[in-house]
Write a protein that binds this ligand. Structure first.
Ligand code: SF4
Length: 389
């Protein structure tokens, strides 16, 4: 498919949070009130009005954050209306709102549903109050259950839940309790992330002070393995390294990222990608609002991927998916067979049993998924073979 007619989506960044979680390094702000929320959304709508629209069908909008569910849902509805006024939505349009337990009511969820939101991504993270408190989450376990119950009552048929493993002091039994508890809520989709200690976060400081200890890497790997088996048995199939879904409920928006399809982006620090060009906005929320209000482009910077970089990125993102990189799709997009272009790299990865190469696709092995960073590094360092282009 030509890049000009690819499906595309829109990421909308809502940076407001009630409190900062210890592990978080996202572009978020706390302490801003309703007046700032209104002003920010006006800036989003204004930024949108100047966006150049890709040619393909629009298939998704993703409100991420931050905590989009914190603000008045009518504000999110305004953004959806503004988008819809310029672009027809595809029949299978997916509109997701990241939601934190403790920030929604029956009314808020009903308004989101009426506005066209058809998918909620709920940050559950753990099912032990002690862990939620330690992470500085704003909710307890009961609020997770309440949020899902209210979402179902409001008509949401597509619910995703997030959880984190490898938490400080977390045992295998606790992780199993978390997964079992989330499964009882009947989600269509689960995202399970290994905890990452990001530089500059309170979590990193706690670790450096010796105030907390992380589980051993072997335990964390065991947690991932156990969850994969348990979820597969429950009919939630792994379709990406961290993501599981009932068949037909794979995230359309995430697929845009993983298949290097185009996405526009609105809001402070938001990243967009179209046809090998990536650009991103100013991170500062006030700075972003001031620039848009002054009629200036809030873009902070941009990069143009070379053809080789684009191929490498496509391969790496594709390998994260369980379907792997479909050789024919790569060939359609880049005019070359990936196995031929990166022959030495794939031969070495195959030799180490990190990838399998079949006539149809290249896929990570179980071992390859465990050391996905090693595979990524090998592809980043690989030189494409020009002789076969
Ligand atoms: S709610 Fe999400 S975005 Fe906000 S601080 Fe916590 S992890 Fe970060």
């Amino acid at each position: 498919m030509s890049p000009f007619t690819l499906p595309w989506g829109l990421y909308v960044h809502i940076p407001f949070c009630q409190a900062r979680c210890t592990y978080c390094d996202f572009n978020t702000v706390t302490g801003m009130g309703e007046g700032d929320h209104i002003r920010y959304v006006e800036a989003l709508v204004r930024e949108w009005s100047g966006e150049e629209i890709p040619d393909g069908p629009m298939v998704s909008i993703f409100f991420g954050g931050g905590t989009p569910s914190l603000i008045d849902p009518q504000l999110l509805a305004q953004v959806i209306q503004a988008v819809r006024a310029r672009v027809p939505f595809a029949a299978e349009m997916e509109i997701t709102v990241e939601t934190n337990p403790g920030t929604v009511t029956d009314d808020k969820l009903r308004i989101l549903r009426e506005a066209g939101v058809n998918r909620l991504s709920i940050g559950a993270q753990a099912r032990q109050n002690a862990h939620l408190i330690a992470l500085n989450r704003i909710h307890d376990v009961a609020a997770i259950d309440d949020t899902v119950r209210m979402a179902r009552a409001a008509g949401f048929a597509n619910i995703s839940l997030d959880a984190i493993y490898g938490l400080p002091g977390q045992t295998m039994a606790e992780w199993q309790e978390t997964v079992e508890g989330l499964l009882r809520l009947g989600p269509q989709h689960l995202s399970l992330y290994a905890l990452i200690v990001e530089a500059g976060t309170p979590l990193q400081q706690q670790l450096e002070r010796g105030a907390i200890r992380l589980p051993h890497d072997d335990v964390t790997a065991e947690m991932a393995d156990w969850a994969e088996q348990r979820l597969t048995d429950a009919g939630l199939l792994p379709y990406e390294i961290s993501n599981y879904a009932q068949p037909g409920y794979e995230s359309r928006h995430n697929r845009l990222y993983w298949q290097l399809e185009p996405y526009l982006a609105l809001g402070a620090g938001a990243h967009a990608y179209v046809e090998g060009r990536r650009w991103w906005n100013m991170r500062g929320v006030r700075r972003y609002m001031e620039m848009v209000e002054d009629g200036r482009d809030p873009m902070d910077n941009e990069e143009k991927l070379s053809r080789d970089e684009e191929m490498r990125e496509y391969l790496w993102l594709g390998l994260r998916q369980r379907r792997g990189v479909v050789r024919m799709e790569f060939q359609d997009r880049f005019g070359r067979d990936p196995v031929v272009v990166f022959e030495p790299a794939f031969a070495a990865l195959n030799e180490q049993s990190l990838v399998t190469v079949s006539p149809a696709a290249i896929q990570l092995t179980r071992r390859g998924r465990d050391v996905a960073n090693v595979v990524a590094r090998a592809l980043v360092d690989a030189s494409p073979s020009e002789a076969h282009s």
